[in-house]
Write a protein that binds this ligand. Structure first.
Ligand code: IYR
Length: 220
């Protein structure tokens, strides 16, 4: 049966207001950078919860919300994650990454050392849920990959709006995250997101963004 409907209205903005809003958001979001040097300055749990509620508002296939967010500030668990991630990353950098991948990473100056995973106040581990038990029925979720990506995008933007830095970290293979977070087999590690303040001496690579025109097409 279709759900009952309720009226839906959006604020009426003039074209000038629309452009001003877009400009303002563009101005704020374009300063987002991936950060790898974090301060240990704490971030309150309530803020993380609110930011995750924003992520949880992302659209999802059949409104199934096929994700799990595990928010970690337990120092022991952060250390476990750091050690396991470094073990995988070491293998990747030393023999799993093909030469062209290492070349692509060169501008970022990354290596297998991930001390920030312990320094940062919060690690948010995002899992993708491809199927779930509904009673004794195993049911698929729909577009779990796209949906979880959208939720992560909302979360990254929300963190930036709140003055917090993030990194999208994928220490492949990520199976260790499921074990450390004690999640069931139907939850697949999707993304590891450190969240906190940049260190006072944090730097980011001075790299230019490809112009939008190179990645879009108009048909009018
Ligand atoms: N996961 C590794 C390597 C890495 C891969 C990509 I693609 C990046 O954009 C950055 C890093 C690491 O975190 O070092």
């Amino acid at each position: 049966m279709p759900a009952p409907t309720i009226p839906y209205r959006l604020e009426r903005l003039t074209p000038q207001e629309q452009m001003a809003r877009a400009d303002a958001l563009f101005g704020r979001l374009k300063t987002r950078r991936s950060v790898r040097q974090f301060s240990d300055r704490p971030v309150p749990r309530e803020l993380i919860e609110r930011l995750l509620d924003i992520a949880h508002g992302a659209p999802s296939g059949a409104n199934r919300k096929p994700w799990r967010f595990v928010a970690i500030d337990d120092p022991q668990m952060k250390q476990e994650i750091r050690l396991a991630a470094e073990e995988e990353e070491k293998k990747s950098y030393e023999h799993r990454f093909p030469p062209e991948w290492l070349d692509a990473l060169e501008p970022f100056g990354t290596d297998w050392h991930k001390p920030y995973l312990e320094v940062v106040p919060w690690l948010v581990v995002v899992f993708r849920i491809d199927w779930e038990m509904h009673g004794d029925k195993k049911l698929p979720n729909y577009y779990p990959n796209e949906s979880t990506g959208l939720a992560c995008g909302f979360f990254l933007a929300a963190c930036h709006e709140a003055g917090l830095a993030t990194l999208t970290h994928t220490p492949n293979p990520m199976a260790f995250l499921r074990e450390i977070c004690r999640r069931p087999v139907n939850e697949k590690p999707y993304l590891l997101i450190p969240v906190g303040y940049p260190a006072d001496d944090a730097v980011v690579p001075d790299i230019a963004k490809k112009p939008l025109a190179e990645r879009m097409q108009w048909n009018r």
